[in-house]
Design a protein around this ligand. Sequence first.
Ligand code: 4AD
Ligand code: MG
Length: 431
Amino acid sequence: MNKSTIAEVHKYAGEEVKIGAWLANKRSSGKIAFLQLRDGTGFIQGVVVKSEVAEEVFQLAKSITQESSLYVTGTVTKDERSPLGHELQVNGIEVIHQATDYPITPKEHGTEFLMDHRHLWLRSKRQHAVMKIRNEIIRATYEFFNEQGFSKVDPPILTGSAPEGTTELFHTKYFEEDAYLSQSGQLYMEAAAMALGKVFSFGPTFRAEKSKTRRHLIEFWMIEPEMAFYEHEDSLKVQEEYVSFIVQSVLKNCQLELKTLNRDVSKLEQVQAPFPRISYDDAIKFLHEKGFDDIQWGDDFGAPHETAIAESYEKPVFITHYPTSLKPFYMQPAQDREDVVLCADLIAPEGYGEIIGGSERIHDYDLLKQRLEEHGLPLESYEWYLQLRQFGSVPHSGFGLGLERTVAWISGVEHVRESIPFPRLLNRLYP
Ligand code: 4AD
Ligand code: MG
C-alpha cells in the first residue's frame, strides 16, 4: 500500500493509501463519521460509512478523541467541495496514541489561554496556515536574494555595540565583559558588504522594548540586505522588488492557506513594484490636511499617523527623508539638506505599519566619527566599524525587513504574536 502525506494524496486518486495523522475534529451520526485529519502537511476529511466498514472500525471512528494519533487507511476520492479537492473513504484505523482531554476544544478560547497553550495551539488550522505562509516568505527570500547575486552572511548575536540606540538593549555578561543581544546585524553586514559586495542576513534580533502593541515583539526575525556601491534610490528599488516578490510567491504557493485565513487577496494582488514614495515633509503636510494637529515637523510618527498615510495608497508606501534627529547615527545626510537623512521606512497597507527600515550609510570617516560622538557612543567599541571608512570606503545602503510584521500583513492576522511560532512578548517567556 502507498504511504502518503495529506499534501500528496492527489497523486493517488482512486487508490488506497495509508496516512499517519492526528484527529483534529470529528462529527458523527449513527451511520456515518466525518474525521478531520491533519498530518502537518495539510488537512483532509476522512469519511467512515458504517455499512461499508467492519463494525469495530466504525465504533473506533466514533470513539476516537481529539488529537489522538492514528494510522488511517482508505481510498482517495475526488471531492470538489473540499478545499483540498480530495477526501479519504476510510476503511481502517489504528490508534497510535490516545489523547485525553485535549485542552483546545472547538469552542472559543481567550487569547491568554491560547498563548499559554501555544505549543498545542500551533496545531490548529489557522495557526498552521500562518506558519506555512511564514515558511513561504522565508523560502522566497532565499530565492530572491540568491537569484540577485547576494551572499548570505550570518552576523553575531552576542555583540558589544548598539546600532539602533542604547535604550532597548538586552544586557548580558560575556564572562567579565558586558555584552548585548543583537538588535540588528547591520554594522556587521556593512563589513560583509565590503568583502562580498551584496549580502543579506536572516536571523533573530532582540529589543528590550516595553511596548505592548500588536506590532511589537521582544525577539523577532529580521532580513538585512546590505549593498556596496548602492545609493539610497538603488536600495529602494531592491526593497520594492523584494516585497513584491514575496507577496506574489505567497499568492502563488499558499492559496489554500490564504483561503483558510479568509484573506482578501485582491489587496495583495496589487502589490507590484514600483511603490509610491512620499517625503517626511510632505507626510507632515498631508497629516495636517487630514486634521492631525498634534504632530509637528521633527516628531516621529505613531501608529495612527502611519495608518492614515498608508490608507491613501493601494500599495506599500515609502516615507523618505526623515529628520536626522529622529534616526540612528549611521544614516547619510541628504546632499542639499543637513537636517534630513537618506532613509526610508516602508509602510504596509491595511494598518500593519512599518515593515522595513533602511538607509544609505555614512561613508565619510570624519562625519561618522562626529556622529558617534554626538550620540555619546563609546568610540572604542566602534573602532572596527570606523575602519571600514578608512580602507576603500564606498557609498553603500541597506535595510531590515521585520519578518513577523510582514507575515502578519500578508496573512491578514491582527497581531504579530500569531506570526512567530513562540512569541516573546512583554511578560511572556512561556512556553
Ligand atoms: O527600523 P529598524 O529598527 O531598523 C534596523 O534595525 C536597521 N538596522 C535595519 C537595517 O537597515 N539593516 O527595524 C527594521 C524592521 C522594522 O521595520 C520592523 O519591521 C521590524 O524590523 N521591527 C520589529 N518587529 C517586531 N517587533 C519589534 N519590536 C520590532 N522592531 C523593529
Ligand atoms: Mg524603524
